[in-house]
Design a protein around this ligand. Structure first.
Ligand code: SF4
Length: 348
């Protein structure tokens, strides 16, 4: 039997739990039962796991605990988008969003407390970086969103909330393996999207994981100078090298990459910018651009362009054979852009 510090059981993959249970004199099947109790039935105490022997339940409670998230605030937008603010054990605040759309419900997850990358359009960077989330905390977000979505099913997940997922690589991959496992949260890999600001080593590593997840890369400008202005990370991982890494990723995985492009009035939303963008991506079959009109964030002086300018930008790309979609803004009345609820709450 294990002795020592209590461990959060959600930090273990199924394989690791199977191994650990051997030291309890239990078998691999028990690990599946425990996974089912935690991830499918959502129980929070070993005592509730009625198909495990009493002695196994006792042993588990001496070595492990099942963590949970404390909800601080819930906001629901008129379009059904729901924003949730959680408090972690160390009193840090994180937020997650539920976005219902036709035939799907998407959960948007945070991966860090704060963010160190200070993208110009994003509220998350304003108060700086505090720490990485653990895999267990990320999974707790998923479990909470699953419960909150009932009676509907949470179908998709995007790592697009506060934080840079590839800056917290190991915890994210561990969490995804549990979320994706049929014995865990059972959310298909193709329904899970990692969104990165362009951490090249992370993209390279991800290409070798053998995960069928979706990758989305925040571009926001198609020239080095403007991209550095909007996303300071471009200084460390310049656009030219980023695009090369993305091409390698596509060649290795044969999976499409989505390039996110936030349209900010007076900054990157003119026809000259659309022209640069179409040149950068022309002839690239497995690339898609997702245009996102910026939310209004007064602290950052970011505002969306006029509707006609948004459409002109999109139409230019279509005309030049760039695969493009225009995202509808969701949850504007509840500050649903990443980091905004946390920011508003901190000011109250
Ligand atoms: S967009 Fe992402 S990487 Fe950039 S500051 Fe916001 S949370 Fe960080």
């Amino acid at each position: 039997m294990l002795v020592g510090v209590m461990q959060d059981i959600k930090e273990l993959t199924l394989k690791e739990l199977e191994e650990t249970l051997k030291s309890f004199g239990a078998n691999a099947y028990n690990a599946r039962q425990i996974f089912s109790w935690i991830y499918k039935k959502g129980v929070s105490e070993f005592a509730q796991m009625s198909d495990l022997s009493q002695s196994l339940r006792d042993s588990l409670s001496k070595s492990f605990y099942i963590s949970g998230l404390a909800i601080v605030k819930k906001l629901k937008s008129s379009d059904g988008t729901q924003k949730l603010l959680f408090k972690l054990k160390d009193a840090s605040l994180i937020e997650a969003v539920i976005i219902p759309a036709k035939g799907r419900i998407t959960g948007c997850l945070s991966t860090q407390v704060g963010c160190k990358f200070a993208c110009r359009f994003c509220a998350s960077g304003i108060s700086g970086f505090k720490r990485n989330l653990t895999s267990s905390e990320i999974i707790e977000e998923v479990l909470y969103l699953k419960r909150e979505s009932l009676p509907e099913r949470l179908t998709h997940l995007v790592f697009m909330g506060t934080g840079e997922p590839l800056d917290n690589y190991n915890e994210i991959i561990r969490a995804i393996r549990i979320i994706n496992s049929p014995d865990g949260c059972n959310i298909g890999a193709r329904r899970i999207t990692i969104s990165t600001s362009g951490i090249i080593p992370g993209i390279q590593k991800l290409a070798g994981e053998g995960l069928q997840i979706e990758l989305s890369v925040s571009l926001h400008a198609a020239g080095e100078k403007l991209r550095t202005e909007i996303m300071p990370i471009n200084e460390k991982y310049p656009l030219k090298e980023l695009i090369a890494a993305c091409k390698e990723y596509v060649a290795k995985t044969n999976r499409q990459i989505t390039f996110e492009y936030i349209l900010i009035k007076g900054l990157n939303a003119g026809l000259k910018n659309a022209q640069e963008l179409s040149k950068l991506l022309s002839g690239w079959k497995l690339a898609k651009v997702n245009l996102i009109p910026s939310n209004l964030i007064s602290e950052l002086k970011a505002a969306p362009p006029e509707k006609k300018d948004i459409l002109a930008f999109r139409d230019y790309l279509i005309k030049h054979k760039v695969n493009v979609t225009l995202r509808k803004e969701r949850g504007e009345d509840i500050n649903a852009a990443c980091g905004q609820l946390r920011l508003t709450y901190a000011k109250e």
